[in-house]
Design a binder for this molecule. Structure first.
Ligand code: GLA
Length: 753
């Protein structure tokens, strides 16, 4: 059992092959944190790790403990109003106006498996043997608030899932004003804080800083997880690299307003916590009611940032993503957006689709512009009526034609929005998010529908159900193109307005859940002006997410590299687009655009009819041949595009017998330096055949027989590196592919039997 309770010392030992996590009930009955780190040999007590020191200015928990203050011990779930003056995880407004809470141990349960979180996305298990869950129940007697701290230890992942359930077992109503998903107090503060920030077109840029005394945080109060700050943070040691060293990951399985923070106190301990952002939050909890926080997934590694990322990749790919598309090869898609924007008709669409089908594309996605009236983004959202002027025969006919070409058919929606000049808004002006008496704010010419209302959710379900119809649509791109202002729901009483943001996101989750139940075969891809809502919550419903509206391959090197710190590449929507690129006007060779996009949920987003027929066929064939390796293998970051002129990454099959390596040169240099790319994850003593894809141009169908290959042992490839110096470095026999800016090398490795 990975959870043991030592009753004499009142200590819980949660462990698996990757970590130990120790909780001890303190003298007053609140749970204290003793340790989170590499696995420890189990023993009856770990009391030496509990330090109750008398500190100047300390306020003791009670006269009976003269050197025990919550302020100087490490806690599991600190509450407001106590002797702990650091940031707290729980604050509750009580009928008398007070907010002090002192929940004490009541009981605990250790159960095999992992319970579901009702209405919320969460990691899951398929067999009870995959995990054990500790539920630690605390009670605040005066209010009757019961606090259940949940910890799931996965047997096969270096991850710990946490969430909290709050139940009002008292007689009076309470209001939760802060209810974090977890708190973790660490005994040291010599960490670096790595966050993933950005904005539209530059999502998830890693930023590293030394943790300093005081509070460091990332957050969103936009109603979505946001492109500005992602609900994921890494705490690493200074010496930790991509390949070695200690790191802790904090990831919130949530798509709404969030807060992740670290607080370093005067004794150089670090308090980490995260959950729903408390700003504006207030949840009324009446007697008998329960509230469940979103899940947080903590991870621990000693094998560097790649090790930490792989923990999240494997867990999220296999036990967060659900449904038949979890394990099925993802189809190569072609999306119409950058090909036509909204300027199309059936003829254009079908001719594009036919070329796509001829080249081997498997899924044709009709993006924005298929409904009426929608020739620009000023109108059309909300009614979801097919524009039969543009699309002869409507969706049914079009999808039939696409299916007849042998492809799946996908459709764009932006369910959460409404245009002001729509019938929906005319009939239900009260369905938008707005504060009474104020001019509603507009963004991208649209209002946000109040998804906290069941009637809105029901309307959207019915409209979408009709269009998705039986078997007509195989894929949905679910977009969301503006953030929420004036948070307020006309359907909630004044004292419940603090619930709006969370109820909104619960409504989004519920609509997704109903559509998934109704159409289990549909592959959902989430999107929010690119990557404005790229988070684990969304991955529970949509196995892939459009990573960024910025499709420039060189910009994508950074965006996909940054995104990969938490998210598996199978979830990172990435497309080959036209040049000059529509966002940056940069011209990048087609093979480089392919070489970047293939490390993701791969597709095209351009008028594929125009050029390069043979090249597309070759690329698509090649991708299909290696896609299961790319989709299910272990991803390693090798060289950061944020740090120099060369970037590199690779994917290794789980049995380490196959690998694909991508190496990218950003700018050409005269008389350029020698280059070696140190690979990772290989078997040191296996002899690998290394094939340069471009130079050998292996036919996609040929497996194992290559024109040009190099044989190298894994240790040489990892320790000495793969020589990648290109011909622009002085060699006279110049290869065209190596010339100029923005070049790419792709290698395939296969271990010889
Ligand atoms: C957003 C998406 C794009 C595209 C457009 C359509 O910007 O991120 O990919 O779907 O909307 O309006």
């Amino acid at each position: 059992m990975p959870v043991i309770f030592h009753s004499a010392s009142r200590t819980f030992h949660l462990f698996n092959p990757f970590y130990s996590y120790l909780i001890k009930l303190l003298p007053d009955g609140s749970p204290g944190q003793l340790y989170f780190g590499p696995p420890l040999t189990d023993r009856e007590d770990f009391d030496r790790l509990l330090e109750l020191r008398n500190r100047p200015l300390q306020v003791n928990c009670s006269p009976q403990w003269d050197c025990f203050s919550l302020d100087s011990v490490k806690l599991e779930y600190p509450c407001a109003g106590t002797t702990d003056f650091r940031r707290t995880a729980l604050e509750v407004s009580q009928p008398n106006g007070g907010r002090t809470l002192e929940p004490r141990y009541l009981r605990h349960e250790i159960t095999p498996g992992k319970p579901k979180l009702s209405g919320l996305p969460a990691t899951y298990v398929e067999e009870d043997s995959e995990a054990d869950t500790l539920t630690l129940v605390l009670l605040d007697e005066p209010t009757g608030l019961q606090v259940s701290l949940r910890y799931t230890v996965f047997a096969g992942h270096a991850a710990l899932a946490r969430s909290v359930e709050l139940e009002n077992t008292g007689a009076a109503p309470l209001t939760l004003t802060r209810a974090m998903s977890f708190c973790l107090d660490l005994p040291e503060s010599d960490y670096q804080w790595m966050e993933f920030i950005g904005g539209w077109g530059k999502e998830r840029t890693p930023v590293l800083r030394d943790l300093a005394p005081g509070v460091t945080s990332v957050e969103s109060v936009q109603g979505c997880s946001s492109a500005q700050e992602n609900p994921f943070v890494i705490l690493k040691r200074k010496e930790t690299t991509e390949f070695a060293g200690e790191a802790v990951g904090l990831s919130l399985v949530y798509s709404g307003n969030f807060l992740l923070q670290a607080q370093v106190d005067s004794w150089e301990t670090t308090r980490l916590m995260g959950g729903i952002h408390p700003e504006g939050f207030g949840w009324a909890l009446y007697p008998g009611e329960r509230f469940t926080t979103p899940e947080a997934v903590l991870a621990y590694t000693r094998s560097g940032l790649n090790g930490l990322s792989q923990t999240y990749h494997t867990l999220y790919r296999s036990r967060l993503v659900r449904g038949e598309w979890r394990d099925k090869p993802r189809p190569v898609l072609l999306n119409s957006w950058e090909a036509f924007y909204m300027d199309f008709d059936s003829k254009k669409i079908l001719s594009l689709a036919q070329s796509a089908a001829d080249f081997g594309v498997e899924l044709f996605v009709l993006d924005d512009g298929w409904f009426f009236p929608r020739n620009d983004d000023t109108q059309g959202l909300g009614d979801w009526v097919v524009d039969c002027g543009k699309l002869y025969g409507g969706i049914r006919y079009l999808s039939g034609q696409i299916h007849a070409m042998g492809m799946l058919f996908g459709l764009w929606f932006e369910p959460e929005m409404v245009s002001p000049n729509s019938r929906l808004y005319e009939n239900h002006p009260d369905w938008i998010v707005q504060t009474p008496g104020r001019q509603p704010g507009i963004g991208r010419n649209q209002y946000v529908l109040d998804l906290s209302r069941k009637d809105v959710e029901n309307y959207l379900f019915e409209r979408m159900e009709q269009i998705l119809g039986p078997g007509m649509v195989d894929y949905v791109k679910w977009d969301m193109n503006r953030c929420i202002t004036q948070p307020y729901s006309g359907a909630l009483p004044p004292h419940r307005q603090g619930e709006f943001y969370h109820r909104y996101i619960l409504g989004v989750y519920s609509l997704y859940e109903r559509l998934i139940a109704r159409f289990p075969h549909i592959l959902f891809e989430s999107c929010a002006s690119g990557g404005n809502r790229f988070d684990p919550g969304m991955l529970y419903y949509a196995p892939q997410a459009w990573c960024s509206d910025n499709t420039d391959a060189i910009a994508r090197l950074q965006i996909q590299y940054g995104t990969s710190y938490c998210y598996p590449i199978s979830s990172i929507g990435s497309h080959v687009s036209v040049c000059p690129n529509h966002q940056l006007s940069r011209t990048t060779p087609l093979y480089t655009r392919f070489g970047v996009a293939m490390f993701g949920a791969f597709g095209y987003e351009l008028d594929i009819r125009k050029v390069e027929e043979l090249e597309y066929k070759w690329q698509i064939g090649l991708f299909k041949h290696y896609r299961s390796l790319l989709q299910f293998g272990d991803f390693y970051r090798l060289k950061s595009p944020f740090e120099g002129n060369i970037a590199g990454w690779m994917v290794v099959s789980r049995d380490k017998t196959k690998a694909i390596v991508g190496e990218y040169k950003i700018l050409a240099q005269a008389n350029a330096p020698y280059r070696r790319l140190k690979l990772a994850g290989l078997k040191p003593d296996a002899l690998y055949s290394v094939v340069d894809f471009w130079n050998s141009r292996i036919p996609a169908s040929a497996s194992g027989k290559f024109n040009q290959r190099l044989d190298c042992y894994g240790d040489e490839l990892m320790q000495a590196g793969l020589v990648t110096t290109d011909n622009s470095s002085g060699n006279t026999s110049q290869t065209e592919l190596d010339q100029g800016d923005f070049t790419c090398k792709l290698f395939y490795l296969e271990a010889q039997p």
